[in-house]
Design a protein. Structure first.
Ligand SMILES: NC(=O)N[C@@H](CC(=O)O)C(=O)O
Ligand SMILES: [Zn+2]
Ligand SMILES: [Zn+2]
Length: 449
């Protein structure tokens, strides 16, 4: 397959990172020119009116559940990556908790290949840390790293690597290929039967609580392990004020740790459990308003490196049931950028350049996909791969799960009016989204690759 796009695009009047308007020329698979508005006029180019639109480097998600293989009724690699493109993403890391689990070179290569064939975004499979996510025996990390999928991120996400010796071995092993262990921090004994955040609301509702310390204890242990073996640790979906404090302390000490927060933990609280609507049941659970404030502050001051969606689509029958029986998780690919705009940009806590860092450059760097021909998260400069997302920050839209691109409807933002809309997404110079809608294969300019 060829990766060359055939159409030249002029993004007229786009504002890179929210700065002064320019013309961005995308030609072949690269950014060919950055010129004064109106100055760029290559022959046979398609001109996109980008007046008032912010241009960002294509977004990169370090934490997506695509569900294939195994739960194609909830999402497929095709539907999930199309949703990703609609959300402004040009690359996603596909979590390993599929059926079968992505714990061998064979499975990660299958996911990688299906992602490439779908062509909406670059799919980078995450490899499991342990065989079958069972937490007993290390998976074939080296074989996954050496496979065509070139896995660099390893995680038992959905489950915590709670055995300290297994965690130590994994941290040691991934050093050989500059990999990272992404931990789902959940002390299993402290969270047995847990249904929501442990606090005032869980006490009132009579639902089993999930204490903040169950997350914080694992993060504290893991940063010390990472320091001890001199390896790289990534903390998945951090959700409590105490977790922010621990990561801040670890970074101050020089420990090689990075952390992510999800869009939903930046805005929603455990008060939402009062309606017993399982849409709001998620792992880690929605926390308190004080925790929301702490993760916003942590993201703004750089303690938290990235926003990752933890897009967790679920089939209707796994959510249309009573709270205790429902699956944990909510979708997020198509609302992530809007939630970050609302909570961080429109509140004056971050600039669009910061958004580009937390949703593109930093996740690409953590996943080690920021170099080479298929580099992601690069600056919008001449010669760089033309991965570009155009956002209209002035747009407002009401979220409707049924109208989203993802195959599942478990969005926690149903009926919410959110700011910002993705108008166009380009993957190496090829439009995957135009006028706010995915560009289907038949209309696509050039060949998907
Ligand atoms: N976030 C969730 O609530 N669920 C995720 C697993 C996970 O991210 O821990 C899932 O796979 O559904
Ligand atoms: Zn998780
Ligand atoms: Zn997850």
């Amino acid at each position: 397959m060829s990766s060359a796009a055939t159409t030249t695009y002029v993004l007229r009047g786009a504002r890179p990172l929210g700065g002064e308007p320019v013309d961005l020329v995308l030609s072949g698979s690269v950014i060919a020119e950055v010129a004064a508005v109106g100055a760029a006029s290559p022959v046979d180019a398609v001109v996109v009116d980008a007046t008032g639109l912010v241009a960002l480097p294509g977004l990169v998600d370090l934490h997506t559940h695509l569900r294939e293989p195994g739960r194609e009724d909830a999402e497929t690699i095709e539907s999930g990556t199309r949703a990703a493109a609609a959300g402004g993403f040009t690359a996603v890391h596909a979590m390993a908790n599929t059926t079968p689990v992505a714990d061998t070179a064979g499975v990660v290569e299958q996911v990688w290949r299906l992602g490439r064939d779908a062509g909406w975004v670059d799919v980078h499979p995450v490899g499991a840390v342990s065989v079958g996510l069972a937490g007993r025996q290390l998976a074939e990390l080296g074989a996954m790293a050496d496979s065509a999928a070139r896995v660099r991120v390893f995680s038992d996400d959905g489950r915590c690597v709670d055995d300290p010796i297994l965690m130590r071995r994994a941290l040691e092993y991934v050093k050989a290929f500059d990999g990272v262990v992404a931990q789902h921090a959940q002390e299993p004994r402290l969270t047995e039967g847990a249904q929501m955040n442990e606090g005032v609301v869980s006490a009132e509702l009579g639902l089993a609580g999930w204490p903040a310390v169950a997350e914080e204890a694992i993060i504290a242990r893991d940063v010390l392990l990472a320091e001890h073996v001199g390896s790289r640790l990534h903390v998945c979906h951090l959700s409590t004020a105490g977790s922010v404090e621990i990561v801040r302390w670890a970074k101050g000490r020089g420990i090689d740790v990075t952390a992510e927060v999800t869009p939903h933990h930046l805005i929603l609280t455990d008060e939402l459990a009062r309606g017993y609507d399982p849409t709001f049941k998620v792992n880690p659970p929605l926390r308190t308003a004080a925790d929301v404030e702490a993760v916003r502050e942590g993201l703004a001051d750089g303690t938290i490196d990235i926003v990752a969606t933890d897009h967790a689509p679920h089939a209707r029958e796994d959510k249309d049931c009573e709270w205790a029986a429902a699956a944990f998780g909510m979708t997020g690919l198509e609302t992530a950028l809007s939630v970050v705009q609302q909570t961080m940009v429109d509140t004056g806590r971050m600039t669009w350049a910061d958004v580009a860092r937390v949703l593109s450059a930093a996740p690409a760097r953590i996943g080690r996909i920021d170099t080479g021909e298929r580099a992601q998260g690069r600056p919008l400069e001449v010669g760089e791969p033309a991965n570009v997302t155009l956002v209209d920050p002035a747009a407002r839209r009401v979220v409707d799960g049924a109208g989203q691109v993802t195959a599942s409807t478990n969005t926690p933002f149903q009926g919410h009016e959110l700011p910002g809309a993705v108008v166009a997404t380009f993957l190496r110079g090829r439009a995957t989204v135009l006028d706010g809608a995915p560009v289907e294969a038949a209309e696509a300019q050039g060949v998907r690759a």
